[in-house]
Design a protein around this ligand. Structure first.
Ligand code: ADP
Length: 462
């Protein structure tokens, strides 16, 4: 701001600037003899001294002013008063102006920092996963939801796989080129299959941290799975109904045609037709039952059910079916094990479905154990009071990899066998939904060759 140089030279230069013209004028007057020598010389000395003194004050003021400006430029927190008199009045005004300017600049800088922090906090807390990229497509930051989605700290492997995805890379390039947002569906097969809808939003002008693109991710994995399940369900349900229907139509045609006069064939075919109609009836009953339970699933039941009594009466009603396969029933039913809130009709269906399965898929002449007990606190069940219903058989059991899917509609371990045994493929789906409605838990334990056990925990009166 001030010309650099040794202070003495600067002082002399400034003094010459101030006192140069009057001194020269005096000198000229002296030489011309217009002024007497002694007073002329004294006046010349006085002018030089005054010029030097003024130059000192001037340079000192300007020096301190330029120091204050440097400190303001460096963003110093509080500028001190420019110290020490004497200050030229105009310099004092400028100095005050610099102080005010520095203060407002500092306040503005603080505001920017605060706004940026608020900005980052909003992005961080947004429930939707969000990733900010720079112009080269490199990640600058990922908010908490994105880190959760990818299960890693920012920059984790999954996120890198997402950025490399060809569809996304193409959308990124295009969005950067024309500054228009777009959306793209991305499926990531590994490590967990994921389907994402990615909104690619170019930022023009760029964000404060240099972010040029924001990726807004919506995890569609669950939605797509539900969509697929719904489509599968309709296809499965119509397929399950179509098979017995086709067989009925076939037999009716045979009875009207080739088998018209054959009493023995007629009796046999009518038997099969009765079986197929019964299968259709069961299927429709289960489908309707399942949709009724689904409709009420979000409303907890309101009654209370003595689970031991309920299990005893359902077991008694099933005595003929158990006898049909020479199955022995061993019961251990605690008294006063009351599930609440509970729906007696739905819990009876749970007991029925589990007992039917134990007989259907158990061993001929085997043993089925039915038990109801108060849940032991701690261990696998919730710590609240609860009751546990268990149905176990000593049949061939179920391979481990089938267990997680057993409660899906129409999921069967052995299709042919299950259908032949009269199952609809909906029994365990119904159990699962009833347990969900009761805010209970279902556990399935089985190993191939070692039988299967189905355990249902239900909340109990405290
Ligand atoms: P289904 O009407 O076919 O019995 P479920 O939903 O009740 O349908 O059961 C689904 C599948 O789970 C059955 O097809 C069967 O393969 C298997 N399963 C159920 N219970 C048992 C069991 N106690 N032992 C072995 N397999 C079982």
């Amino acid at each position: 701001m001030l010309p650099q140089g040794p202070p003495a030279r600067r002082l002399l230069g400034a003094a010459a600037l101030i006192g140069g013209v009057p001194s020269l004028a005096l000198l000229a007057l002296l030489l011309a003899g217009e002024v007497t020598v002694l007073p002329g010389l004294l006046a010349l000395l006085a002018v030089a001294a005054a010029a030097l003194a003024l130059a000192r004050i001037w340079l000192g003021s300007l020096g301190r002013l330029s120091d204050a400006m440097r400190r303001a430029e460096a963003g110093e927190a509080e500028l001190p008063e420019i110290p020490g008199p004497p200050l030229l009045p105009s310099v004092a005004e400028i100095a005050e102006g610099v102080r005010r300017l520095a203060r407002s600049q500092r306040e503005r800088a603080e505001l920017v920092v605060r706004l940026r922090r608020a900005d980052e906090a909003i992005v961080e807390k947004l429930p939707d996963p969000l990733v900010v990229l720079d112009a080269a497509g490199q990640e600058l930051r990922a908010n908490a939801a994105a880190r959760l989605l990818f299960g890693t700290a920012a920059g984790g492997g999954d996120l890198a796989a997402l950025r490399r995805h060809p569809a996304l890379a193409e959308a990124l390039d295009a969005a950067l080129a024309d500054a228009a947002p777009r959306q793209v569906d991305v499926s990531l097969p590994v490590p967990v299959a994921r389907e994402l809808l990615v909104h690619v939003i170019p930022m023009e002008p760029p964000l404060a941290d240099g972010g040029r693109v924001v990726l807004l991710l919506s995890d569609r994995t669950r939605d797509r799975a539900v969509e697929r399940m719904r489509v599968d369900f309709v296809a499965n349900a119509s397929h399950e109904l179509r098979t017995p229907l086709a067989s009925l139509i076939g037999f009716i045609e045979t009875l009207r045609g080739p088998a018209q006069g054959d009493a023995e064939a007629q009796a046999r075919f009518l038997g099969i037709m009765a079986e197929q109609s019964e299968r259709m009836r069961r299927l429709i009953d289960d489908l309707l039952g399942l949709s009724r339970i689904e409709i009420t699933e979000h409303q907890p039941p309101t009654g209370r059910v003595d689970l031991g009594l309920l299990a005893a009466s359902e077991a008694a009603a099933m005595a003929p079916i158990l006898a049909g396969r020479a199955v022995t029933l061993e019961s251990a039913l605690a008294e006063g094990a009351v599930a609440a809130p509970a729906d007696a009709g739905q819990l009876a269906q749970v007991v029925r479905n589990l007992l039917e399965n134990a007989v259907r898929y158990g061993r001929d002449g085997g043993t089925v154990r039915l038990s109801v007990a108060r849940a032991e606190p701690g261990g696998r069940w919730p710590s609240r009071p609860g009751v546990v219903l268990a149905v176990a058989d000593d049949g061939p059991g179920i391979a481990r990899h089938h267990l997680p899917r057993l409660t899906e509609r129409f999921y069967r371990v052995d299709r042919g066998r299950a259908r032949h045994a009269g199952g609809t493929g909906l029994g365990l789906a119904i159990v699962k939904h009833v347990v969900n409605r009761h805010r209970g838990q279902l556990a399935i334990e089985s190993e191939e060759g070692a039988g299967a056990a189905f355990l249902v925990w239900l909340p109990a009166e405290g």
